[in-house]
Design a protein around this ligand. Structure first.
Ligand code: GLA
Length: 382
């Protein structure tokens, strides 16, 4: 049974009658452009065929009643006087309700069932998917217009201000605005997006190391602070505004760590734009090389990789069918991503699983992913 059917069936069992709406919002994998979003730079993620689904109907009062399939819990809250608590998954829904109300969207209550297949904590943005599914639900129930960039910014605000994670805009933006069959170039300053087709006959394969990032918030915030310090040194708003030539002219004046952090962001922005051109030409070899270079830069200059991520990337790029691979997302654990010849994708997955397990004694999860649309109300049964 599909997840869509599962949430609908559970809705009928719990609440009686048919759901009025079914919404989905996807997780994501980033192909290239890592740790560039909070530097006003460029990212190239795609929305994946793993998503959060909600089957729901409006209520006449201002209560939200939600059954979670994954956590086997039913919880509820009132839209009046929202307060932060500890029941984790529910806080994402409350946070979104809070930012929407703060931005003067009039909200109505609803009841529904939520379920998903975005692995939690793997770096595939299950939180952004839950935030955008919630925003899409409120838009459907309360009848306000859906604007992807506006909703992404509000989702990010919920994450920053309610959940307390200081993330950039990439995850929410791709979950809101993804395009089936395409990656999305996002200019994280203007929030303009351009769909970019995947190279013909290639597949995107997500390689979950089965390790989870540890004290990631502090390392992430530290990287952000280092990037801001580098931007101040160059006298610009964000590292997006520093060209390679400007960097090289003054790099020697920077301390070693700041120099590495800035070099990663500046070269990664350039690689991302080059990858877009290569994808438009259908040049999978070039895209793969840029992904490999991105990994080296994240490992050596930005220093957010891990032994397991490095091992996974090594296992992947050893395969003849692999154009390139890199760690993806925040780092320190979670997933790598590979671009692979489609006809060999299953054999690639099996072979990498074996070699990674031999090297680490860990069993990885491997997903061959299709690029899907961003958050949407789904008509009919998928
Ligand atoms: C996390 C954050 C994103 C982005 C990536 C790194 O996924 O949520 O905003 O900064 O790390 O590219």
């Amino acid at each position: 049974m599909s997840l869509q059917q599962e949430v609908r069936q559970e809705f009928e069992r719990r609440f009686g009658g048919r759901p009025a709406f079914t919404v989905r919002a996807p997780g994501r994998v980033n192909l290239i452009g890592e740790h560039t979003d909070y530097n006003d730079g460029f990212v190239l993620p795609m929305a994946i065929d793993r998503a959060i689904w909600i089957a729901l109907r409006p209520r006449s009062d201002r209560r939200v009643v939600v059954r979670s399939l994954d956590f086997d819990q039913t919880a509820e809250f009132s839209l009046e006087g929202l307060v932060k608590e500890h029941a984790e998954w529910l806080e994402y829904l409350k946070g979104v309700a809070w930012v929407l109300q703060e931005a003067n969207y009039p909200l109505q209550g609803w009841e529904g069932v939520v379920g998903g297949d975005v692995p939690v904590g793997a770096g595939l943005s299950s939180s952004a998917a839950l935030e955008l599914a919630t925003a899409r639900t409120f838009a459907a129930v309360s009848g306000f217009a859906w604007d992807a960039a506006t909703m992404a910014k509000l989702g990010q605000r919920a994450e920053n201000r309610w959940v307390g994670m200081n993330c950039g805009i990439m995850d929410q933006m791709i979950s809101a605005a993804g395009k089936a069959g395409h990656a999305l170039l996002i200019d994280c300053r203007s929030l303009e997006t351009q769909p970019v087709p995947l190279p013909p006959a290639t597949s995107v394969v997500v390689l979950d190391t089965a390790t989870r990032r540890g004290l990631v918030d502090s390392a992430y915030n530290e990287r952000r602070a280092q990037c801001e310090a580098a931007a101040r040194f160059f006298g610009v708003t964000a590292l997006r505004d520093v060209s390679m030539a400007q960097f090289e002219a003054r790099a020697a004046e920077l301390d070693d760590v700041t120099r590495r952090r800035a070099r990663h962001v500046i070269t990664e922005n350039a690689r991302t734009l080059e990858a877009v051109e290569a994808m438009r030409r259908g040049d999978a070899v070039e895209v793969g090389q840029l992904m490999n270079a991105s990994h080296v830069s994240l490992r050596d200059d930005f220093q957010v990789s891990s032994d397991k991520l490095n091992t996974m990337v090594t296992c992947a790029i050893r395969e003849a069918s692999c154009y390139g691979a890199r760690m993806t997302g925040g780092g320190f654990g979670g997933c790598a991503v590979a671009l692979v010849r489609s006809s060999s994708a299953h054999a690639f997955a099996a072979s990498v699983a074996r070699s990674y397990e031999t090297a680490t004694s860990l069993a990885p999860n491997i997903y061959i992913c299709a690029a899907t649309n961003g958050a949407e109300v789904v008509q009919g049964l998928a």
